[in-house]
Design a protein around this ligand. Structure first.
Ligand code: NAD
Ligand code: UGA
Length: 457
């Protein structure tokens, strides 16, 4: 087995950054990242990377062409490398059994068969994608039936968050490696431990059995999303009672048993993974006849959908139940700050609901506008303006959807913005970004998530 050579199949949000950091931290290894998407690979090989991620440019620039290579030659990479990470997409199934719940494993299955066809010697295959429990076992069956070579499939889920991916990869809370407890399983696990040991201390490398590792990734995302849904449920209670959700989050988060992270009330969580991974967990629960557990996790999603509807309903209610023909400005469409990713962004259903209400929408975002345009398609009554001051001109309302720092009072001249808006001017702050008292004093009617509105009589 030729070591010190690694391949990664899938050059997306996970494959690209993960391998860039790995190449930087492991100069002895040569890493080849392959993908079937020519455009993506061309972008990785160009000055403009395929997506925006803070600090990624400099790290890629440092290692690309030295020990990190991007290519579309998938079979060549399988042939030449014996340690193969697989970071392809695992979207929710949109057809057949498990529709809208189970993970669509066709991309993984294709790769398992491709590896089987190409491999001429033993390989270690590492699941980087998020997968249902028992996928490794299923893939080993495909890979190892009726053949002389042996492929050991490990689970090594990725926990990076977009917007902080490089930091998360350099300083992970932990690295999780699941393997079988057999001689070949432990040998393969030790190879992967050795790679990470180049920059992650041993006490942060957790080894488990494969099933625990696969399941832990789904549970991790479910627990994070559950906190957001919990605080969003409380946001409604705060708006109704006069409590302030940020004060409640601070008080509750100060309990060291609870902790302060993931307690920011919002227009709801988005991103490519929370919904998909929770539905995957729900499906696993249902398949194992654990219906109460399934319903429990499903309610995290129901609460998130409700929060998005509630936000739109609050806008309508405040604006005399009609936005038809009125210009409404959305600040932010990325699913979170510091990314250009709009996958499952709350901005999408919110924009769609406002379009259905016949509003004229102006969407502004420092990075994500072109992805949003692709997502919404060629709809009438939507314009895209990057400059937030220009975007809000002649609008009746501003909706803050993404927590870009740019939308805080210290960064943006809300007095100027107010002057150029139609009166009464509304500010719906879905992320608690603005100083609401200052904005109210400027003249806005301010509706902050989880707080009683400040309305001029
Ligand atoms: P992505 O869609 O950005 O990238 C996946 C890539 O795989 C695409 O470029 C696609 O062309 C490629 N691909 C698909 N089939 C292929 C094949 N047969 N051969 C070669 N390439 C192929 O997806 P992503 O966001 O990077 O997520 C990948 C996995 O990682 C998912 O399972 C996801 O749940 C998980 N994950 C994502 C994040 C995140 O922040 N995006 C974080 C942790 C885990
Ligand atoms: C999330 C997890 O944080 C990662 O650990 C995981 O690897 C990744 O999913 C994945 O599996 O894809 P990500 O979706 O990139 O990462 O971003 P998060 O920071 O988790 O934010 C998710 C959503 O929750 C965003 O829309 C964000 O705005 C929202 N959020 C987050 C809140 O509304 N309030 C909070 O307090 C925190």
């Amino acid at each position: 087995m030729s070591l010190k050579k690694i391949a990664c199949i899938g050059a997306g949000y996970v494959g690209g950054p993960t391998m860039a950091v790995m190449a930087d931290k492991c100069p002895d290894y040569t890493i080849t990242v392959v993908d079937i998407n020519q455009e993506r690979i061309d972008a990785w090989n160009s000055k403009k990377l395929p997506f925006y991620e803070p600090d990624l440019d400099s790290i890629v620039k440092k290692v690309r062409g030295k020990n990190l290579f991007f290519s579309t030659k998938v079979e060549k990479a399988i042939d030449e490398n014996d340690i193969i990470f697989v970071a392809v997409n695992t979207p929710t199934k949109t057809y057949g059994v498990g529709q809208n719940m189970a993970a669509d494993l066709q991309y993984w299955e294709i790769i398992a068969r491709q590896i089987r066809n190409v491999a001429k010697r033993d390989k270690i295959i590492i699941e980087k994608s998020t997968l249902p429990v028992k996928t490794a076992e299923a893939m080993e069956t495909i890979l190892n039936t009726d053949t002389n070579i042996h492929c050991e499939v490990l689970s090594n889920p990725e926990f990076l968050a977009e917007g902080t991916a490089v930091h998360d990869l350099i300083k992970p809370d932990r690295v999780l490696i699941g393997s079988r407890n057999t001689v070949s399983g432990i040998k393969a696990r030790d190879e992967v431990v050795e790679i990470y040991s180049n920059w992650v201390s041993k006490d942060k490398i957790i080894t488990t059995n494969t099933f625990s590792s696969e399941l832990s990734k789904l549970v991790n995302n479910a627990f994070l999303a559950q906190r957001v849904s919990s605080i969003n449920a409380i946001a409604g209670v705060c708006e109704a009672t006069g409590a302030d959700v940020q004060e409640v989050a601070k008080a509750v988060g100060a309990d060291s048993r609870i902790g302060s992270k993931f307690l920011q009330a919002s227009v709801g969580f988005g991103g490519s993974c929370f919904r998909k991974d929770i539905m995957n967990l729900v499906y696993i629960c249902r398949m194992n006849h654990l219906n109460e557990a399934a319903t429990y996790f499903e309610n995290i999603i129901n609460m998130n959908n409700y929060q998005q509807h509630r936000f739109v309903n609050n806008v309508l209610k405040a604006m005399f139940n009609t936005v038809a023909g009125r210009k409404i400005c959305m600040y932010g469409c990325a699913f979170k700050a510091n990314t250009d990713d709009v996958r499952d962004s709350p901005a999408i259903p919110i924009a769609q609901a406002l379009i259905d209400e016949k509003a004229n929408l102006v969407i502004s975002d420092p990075k994500a506008m072109s992805n949003m345009e692709d997502e919404l398609g060629n709809v009438k009554n939507v314009t895209y303006i990057k400059d937030p001051i220009e975007a809000a001109k002649d609008c009746h309302a501003i909706l803050i959807i993404t927590e870009w720092e740019l939308y805080s009072n210290s960064e943006l001249d809300y007095e100027k913005i107010f002057t150029d808006m139609v009166k009464p001017a509304y500010l719906f702050d879905g992320r608690n970004m603005v100083n609401r008292k200052d904005c109210y004093d400027i003249g806005f009617n301010v509706y902050s998530i989880g707080k009683k509105p400040l309305i001029h009589s």
